[in-house]
Write a protein that binds this ligand. Structure first.
Ligand code: NAD
Length: 429
């Protein structure tokens, strides 16, 4: 799992109720889960809210209180840390408990809403805290109402509700940088709830961490059975081990050695499978040119003496992977002639897709300046890497493209009044 995570920088995470059972919140479908005791449609649907408000609030309030009082467990805390340190990407959660945010995660899509507030379903203007809602229910106002007469409903998605904006936002973002972030890890979800269980099909690679079987086990590349907290601790421990036993620090924003190797691997695998393509010799030369360029980068990575153990490990292990492909290529055709490869174009695509993601993110209703800043740092870091590779190599890189992009990004940093040292950011790869 750790090897995969390091090859696909910043995999997305999808979590379900199972990650929060260790915080004392029951899930729905385990043997002793909530559905064993309460009928969901009778009590937790929009139908129930209108037709059986007593049932909704009698069963709901103790559960809501339990959720609000819970504390993040090690699973949430490690996910938060690894997201902040750039090992993981955004978290999509089905949970309504806010425990990812309480555990330190900054970038979370809550596709089943949350229990921080309740809103009037009629005027949509009145928003109260859950404590205020509890007070109304305690005063026997069932269902609790807004002054306009509309029912106050916790901001969670019930059976029968449509999906919230977070759902569409997450899908749009995933699709915008399909060329880069192509791994998802699901944690503590039976993956039975639709449309959430369609998320994994948006990615090339799926890994599952869960106590019991899930609907998508057959599609997963990696399955780890067990409890989320313990497995996250093992993943973290392995990362620390690769960091020579030292505490983890953030990876540089534009650091993506695994991704560069994956580009070569994909090209090579596709070359090997499509045996009847025209111009195979020329194609082989191009892939070799790319491989030599990336190898040159890894051999001349700047500031190696100052890099963390895990960065050095990632560069060296990728070098070994490249060496293996190189040997296979030489065996097939000897050394390549001088030619231009696909690499500059591939990095263009990565940078472009991240820029697209930045634009999409800034249009989100709840966009956070902190995440905008992170996305800017990543793109500027990639631009720095691109320029560094150009200096290392003789072939033509399309420089006007990155210069134009850089100017557009400056406009965004000004608009958001982001405090970014752009010179330093360009060097952060
Ligand atoms: P689910 O109940 O369908 O599945 C939970 C899965 O997690 C099960 O397969 C179970 O084996 C596994 N699991 C339980 N404890 C685990 C642990 N410690 N480590 C690893 N795996 C563990 O949950 P779901 O797929 O999230 O669907 C339930 C729906 O109900 C969600 O969509 C969510 O909106 C809602 N829900 C939310 C909460 C919450 O906010 N904490 C709690 C219950 C239900």
């Amino acid at each position: 799992m750790v090897d995969k995570v390091l090859m696909h920088p910043r995999p997305w995470i999808l979590t379900g109720a199972g990650i929060s059972t260790e915080s004392g919140i029951p899930d729905f479908r385990s043997a002793d889960g909530l559905w064993e005791k309460v009928d969901p449609i009778e009590n937790f649907s929009t139908w129930a809210l209108y037709n059986n408000p007593e049932g909704f609030y009698t069963h709901g309030i103790p559960l809501f209180k339990q959720v609000l009082e819970a504390n993040p467990n090690l699973g949430h805390i490690i996910l938060g840390e690894l997201q902040t340190k750039r090992f993981f990407g955004p978290i999509i959660t089905q949970n309504v408990d806010s425990l990812h945010q309480k555990g330190g995660a900054k970038w979370v899509y809550e596709i089943h809403g949350h229990l921080r507030t309740a809103t009037c379903i009629s005027c949509h203007k009145t928003v109260v805290t859950l404590d205020e809602l509890f007070k109304l229910v305690e005063d026997k106002e069932i269902p609790p109402k807004c002054q306009c007469g509309g029912i106050l409903k916790p901001d969670v998605i019930l059976f029968g509700d449509t999906m919230p904006e977070d759902f569409q936002d997450a899908i749009r973002l995933i699709r915008s940088y399909r060329t880069t972030d192509n791994m998802i890890i699901t944690i503590g979800s039976s993956l039975t709830v639709s449309p959430i269980n369609t998320f994994p099909s948006e990615f090339d690679s799926l890994a599952i961490i869960n106590k019991s079987v899930t609907i998508l086990d057959r599609d997963a590349e990696i399955i780890i059975k067990g409890s989320a907290g313990a497995i996250m601790q093992k993943i973290r421990a392995r990362l620390v081990e690769l960091n020579n036993g030292e505490e983890l620090v953030s990876l540089p924003a534009g650091f993506l050695p695994g991704r560069l190797t994956t580009i070569i691997l994909d090209l090579w695998e596709s070359f090997l499978t499509k045996k009847k393509t025209f111009n195979r010799g020329e194609q082989l030369n191009k892939i070799m040119a790319d491989l030599l360029l990336v190898e040159k980068l890894f051999l001349n990575y700047p500031r190696m003496d100052k890099r963390s153990g895990i960065e050095k490990y990632m560069i060296n292990s990728n070098l070994i992977k490249l060496q293996k492909i190189k040997n296979e290529m030489i065996e097939m055709r000897g050394n390549a002639k001088n030619t231009n490869g696909y690499m500059p174009r591939s990095i263009n695509d990565i940078i472009n897709s991240h820029y697209k993601a930045l634009i999409i993110y800034t249009r989100q209703y709840n966009s956070e300046p902190e995440i905008v800043k992170e996305l800017v740092l990543q793109i500027v870091g990639f631009i720095g890497l691109y320029k560094h590779m150009e200096i290392l190599d003789m072939q033509e890189f399309e420089n006007s493209f990155v210069d134009e992009l850089y100017d557009k990004i400056l406009k965004i940093t000004n608009k958001y009044e982001l405090d970014i040292d752009m010179v330093k950011a360009l060097d952060n790869y």
